[in-house]
Design a binder for this molecule. Sequence first.
Ligand SMILES: [Zn+2]
Length: 530
Amino acid sequence: MTKTTFTFQELKRTNHREIKEMQDKKFKAFIRYQVWPNHPYYRRLFKENNIDPFNITCIEDWAKHQIPLVRKIDYKDNLAKFVLNPSQVDGKDRDPAEVIKNLMSFSKAAGYNDLYSFLRNNGARVKLHLGGAKAMERLKERLTYLYAPLQFWLSSGRASGLPSPVFLTRHDNDLLFKNCVKVGQMAVDAWAHEGWEMVSMNLFPYAPHLGWHAVNLGLKQMSKFYIATSGGGAIPTGKLVDIAGAFKANGFAGMPSYLRNRFFREMADSDYKAQEKVVVLLAGEKIYPRVAEDIVQTLTEKGAKKVRIIGGYASSESKTSFAVQCNYDGPYHNVSPLLMSWELVKLNDDGSYEFVGEDEPGNVTLFHLDGTGSIVQGFLLGDVASRQERGKCPVCGMDGPFFWDIGRTNDAEAQIQVMGLSEKKIKGATVNLTALRTDLLALAGVEELQIEVAKEDMNDPYSMDVLNLYVAPKVAVNSDHTSLIHEVASITKKSTEITPKVVIIAFEALLEKAGGMKFMEIFDARPKPA
Ligand SMILES: [Zn+2]
């Protein structure tokens, strides 16, 4: 009998060899009996590249057969084809009996004995007409649970400027529920044995994005008391600080720049009294040392004796689980190695690629080992890590796969190579500025424009990101541009979730500002942290 996933305690006592063995068993079953029959994109990819999916027995075989890696642009252009759909094959309806047969093969090969027995018993009843109608009902219900999309959250912006959805089924939702709690458990593990209990506060932005939802499910399960709010939303930051004080919060989760530049700054200016031990879980953006230091400083000034800053890592596509640090100086542990695997790959100049050795940096590539809804394999996330190891963590002693120093591929050209398009991370959200520029230029009142990504305080590389739009109008600069400014702002807000600062500027002045002949359509003016 195979486990769908580990609990945190199980994860702590399983060694990396056992984990790798289970990963490969699940991956093999998943590719053969879920992906190959039910995944339109990979089915075509296998056929086009003459790949026999039955030759894939472990994750490394992906590189052995040089199966093309999937870039974000491939995903955006084929959204529906990335969703497992057992009811059709090669564009034609599939016989329901075959749907059940494939799922039985999967459950058997993956070691899901309960699912296998359920399918076999009810399938036999249908065949033998022994309470067949009821059995059919139960099978249908299970298939709906497993395969029908229930919700989505948004990944980065696609060519049209709209963000692309990643679909989750009820099954995925249950997987998320079981797995997200481990992120919090890992974060507080060092204090758990002392009987320390968490009063937690969710300060991720409330949006159809993975962060808030996963943290909501996780904190609710593991906290003594949970303050289910959100950052940058309906409640002013000052009020959020008051609430944190009133309920004696000792655990905060949110995006690094929001927490540093809004929440903890507000806290610094108030007469807040911090709890003795505080955990801060940061995710969604790269965590710079200065940001972490400032947060610790504020909490310490307010009376905290010990502060643990922990980084989490996930992407919309990882869907049901995460990687999380065991300590501020520690690596990121994959807390659900039975659901997914992050592999580091090196992209060669000749278009081939390879999995890197334990000491080498690489592009973070995602493989799903389970789940339904949107499924990706060999998916380039656009992040790089300095190395990945399997074995005992030198910091916490836990065994399993973990990686170090995750950061986003920032260089625009490298990004185009890896993802197929240029995106910028602004305030934690990934924004396709090329698409935004196209949309804005389509406005009748706009002659030309430059998009500038900057910082609220240009002398502080850790301050909040801002988006400046320099717009040269079709008509004279000194006429009334109120409605144009409003229009530009509203389109930008709609496609990027960011309210921009719109500056009206004469065409010639814009040309000069944006570099004359070499017009910089999109300019990232953000100062880089030293
Ligand atoms: Zn560790």
